[in-house]
Unconditional design. Structure first.
Length: 658
């Protein structure tokens, strides 16, 4: 190698040497980057701490060792959660002489009783991950354990142990674990627990497991008309009781909801569901795994959608209704009120915040559990089955009608000399059985891969040039003059602002597909801002989606998998590739992926994951979102500066440089 190659390289390596490499020990990584563990430091993340501790107590109940849980919100933003289960182990840990097992659980990540499956058949919380994160992000934590008729206690501050485990004496009438903690103001600022939010959380947990009694208490100064100082939750009917409360007096397509439970042998799992189809409803969906809410759904949702769709198609075939072959899952569940709860071993989630379940076996488990019950629900009362099928087919007919209208407009727009389409748009033929999709991709390179990876019948591709105009801070004249905005508007075919007619949208789905890095996230944010401001009704109707391309490809021998981000990569290395030598390759962008990889990971409906972007129906919530968009994307830079100042604790210089 020629020395000339390094002729202009500075002789000194500057301040990047061995001392630049930090090694974070104990719970320090959690305090440094809480977003990796609880998704941020906002109100949602704050209440995630409460959910982690409550999940551990619920796991004791689901395992059959606890019948009662107490949730107590005290003044000073302190929360205590107690159960009458077995109590955390307190003996000296065999691998850490001089330390109690309780201290190991509270002060070390990835230590707990739920990895081997011996202590818990199913679990939502993970001692040593969830509770140690809570400990790390609390200014003070106290754990009391009543076990073997003895009472023990240990205290911590910001993850550090304040002293050894104390033996407080005998307690013949008490058993279980009590965790009380105060979230650290250094992490969460002035944010405090919402009594209303915790009250609803406690009540929902009682619905999810009929065998548990949850007692709620809060300081009198924190109680309101909606939130009493004391309450007891116990619902023998489980999700059916929850659904009945949610439906109230609303008229439904079927007089009886579709509800049931199914237990599987050999501790494979348990499925419980409750579904109603109100006559007038925007619909609501509640998905749970091991009592943990998964708001983004996941594989258990996929299993339910498959069971309901196949069941209705089979019923339609039974009564000779041939048109029902065109039924889709969206036709079946749109406007319905759904509650689904699964209990499975070793659940896999998309991230530590558990927003989406990814365990493949959950889809099969739910479909098998629900399908047989749903067939009986439809055929035991034929009039009920006909009523539900008729309602769903009305929705199907409306969907197909809108699709046909869009196809006519698309062909008209394509063939008409008066209406032009963007030159870079590679349109779909619209001749497939599936719904049509427009992928908005970043750059010609990514556009080229996407064109080769697409299904030409249903998937269209529109490359854009880098970061589009920020419409929230631009004048109307500047927006109209921007060529990228003009191309987007032409491709959609539905107009903008007051002229926006979502029924004229040329595609069923608009998918924003950008690189899985910071620049890609910025471009996606600019595009979401465009749709929010220029075509809000398109967003509200659920036509806008975010693709989730991978950032890494992990390979060990013949086995390979894709990771969306660093957290997902760490999760795969700790589970799927545990103990194996893993080769990791990082995608610099979509254009670096070959068409087969792009199709397999990001574009194929059978294997991809999409995030639906939508707007809430409530006016007040939409107004709050508008204020946030104006604050972060609007013309006043001071608002952005203040936001960065207030949230800077989530980040550090290393993260920004990375």
């Amino acid at each position: 190698m020629s020395d000339d190659l390094f002729a202009n390289t500075p002789a000194s390596s500057g301040d990047y040497d061995a001392s630049s490499i930090e090694v974070l020990e104990g719970l320090e990584p959690v305090r440094r980057r809480p977003g990796m563990y609880i998704g941020g430091t906002d109100d949602r993340a704050l209440h995630h701490l409460a959910a982690e501790v409550l999940d551990n107590a619920m796991d004791e109940a689901v395992a059959g060792h606890a019948t009662r849980i107490e949730v107590s919100l005290e003044e000073g933003n302190r929360l205590a959660i107690a159960d009458n289960g077995r109590g955390m182990p307190v003996a000296e840990h065999p691998k850490f002489p001089g330390k109690s097992t309780l201290e190991v659980i509270l002060s070390m990540l990835h230590s707990g009783g739920k990895f081997s499956g011996k202590a818990y058949a199913t679990s939502g919380g993970l001692h040593g991950v969830g509770v140690s994160v809570v400990n790390a992000l609390s200014s003070h934590t106290r754990v009391e354990v009543a076990r073997d008729r003895q009472l023990y206690a240990q205290e911590f501050a910001r993850g550090a142990t304040l002293g050894p485990l104390q033996k407080l004496g005998s307690t013949p009438n008490r058993r279980g674990t009590t965790v009380s903690f105060t979230p650290d103001a250094e992490i969460f600022g002035a944010r405090e627990f919402s009594p209303k939010r915790l009250f609803k959380l406690a009540r929902s947990k009682a619905y999810l497991y009929a065998g548990v009694e949850i007692r709620w208490k809060c300081a009198p100064s924190l109680s309101t008309e909606e939130v009493p100082a004391e309450a007891v939750f116990k619902f023998p009917g489980g999700l059916s009781d929850h659904l009945a409360e949610q439906i109230g007096g609303r008229e439904c397509v079927t007089a009886q909801p579709f509800a049931g439970t199914q237990d599987f042998p050999d501790e494979q799992g348990r499925v419980e569901w409750a579904i109603a189809w109100p006559l007038w409803s925007d619909g609501s969906y509640s998905w749970y795994c091991n009592t943990v809410p998964t708001p983004d759904g996941g594989t258990h949702e996929q299993g339910l959608r498959a069971a309901l769709t196949k069941g209705l198609r089979a019923f339609a075939d039974l009564i000779g209704q041939k048109k029902a072959k065109d039924l889709s899952a969206d036709d079946v569940i749109t406007g319905s009120e759904i509650m689904l709860s699964v209990f499975i071993r070793d659940p896999q989630f998309q991230s530590q915040t558990k927003d989406r379940l990814t365990s493949p076996e959950a889809a099969r488990l739910v479909e098998n559990a629900v399908r047989d019950h749903f067939d009986h629900f439809l055929t035991d009362n034929m009039e009920r089955g006909r009523a539900l099928l008729g309602s769903v087919m009305e929705r199907m007919d409306e969907r197909l009608k809108r699709k046909a209208e869009r196809e006519i407009k698309r062909k008209t727009a394509t063939n008409s000399r008066k209406v032009r389409l963007p030159g870079k748009l590679t349109d779909c033929t619209g001749e497939g059985d599936g719904e049509t999709e427009l992928f908005i991709v970043e750059g010609d390179s990514a556009g080229g891969s996407a064109k080769q990876a697409r299904d030409r019948k249903t998937q269209a591709i529109l490359p854009i040039r880098g970061k589009i105009l920020n419409v929230a801070s631009a004048s109307a004249d500047k927006i109209r003059a921007n060529s990228e905005i003009a191309d987007l508007t032409l491709a959609m075919g539905c107009g903008t602002r007051k002229e926006c007619n979502p029924d004229a949208l040329r595609y069923d789905r608009i998918v924003i597909m950008t690189d899985a890095d910071v620049d890609g996230a910025h471009i996606a944010t600019l595009l979401m801002t465009f749709f929010f401001q220029e075509m809000p009704e398109v967003v509200r109707r659920g036509h806008l989606f975010l693709a989730q391309p991978p950032l890494y490809r992990l390979t060990a021998g013949k086995e390979s998998a894709y990771a969306r981000d660093d957290a997902h990569r760490a999760e795969l290395e700790a589970t799927l590739f545990k103990g194996k030598k893993v080769e990791v390759s990082r995608f610099k962008g979509l254009g670096e992926m070959n068409p087969q990889q792009l199709r397999e990971t990001t574009m194929n409906p059978a294997t991809r994951s999409l995030i639906r972007i939508t707007l809430p129906p409530e006016h007040e919530q939409r107004h709050a979102i508008k204020e946030l968009v104006d604050q972060l994307m609007g013309r006043n830079p001071e608002h952005r500066f203040n936001f960065i100042q207030n949230n800077a604790a989530e980040f550090d210089r290393d993260l920004i440089d990375a």
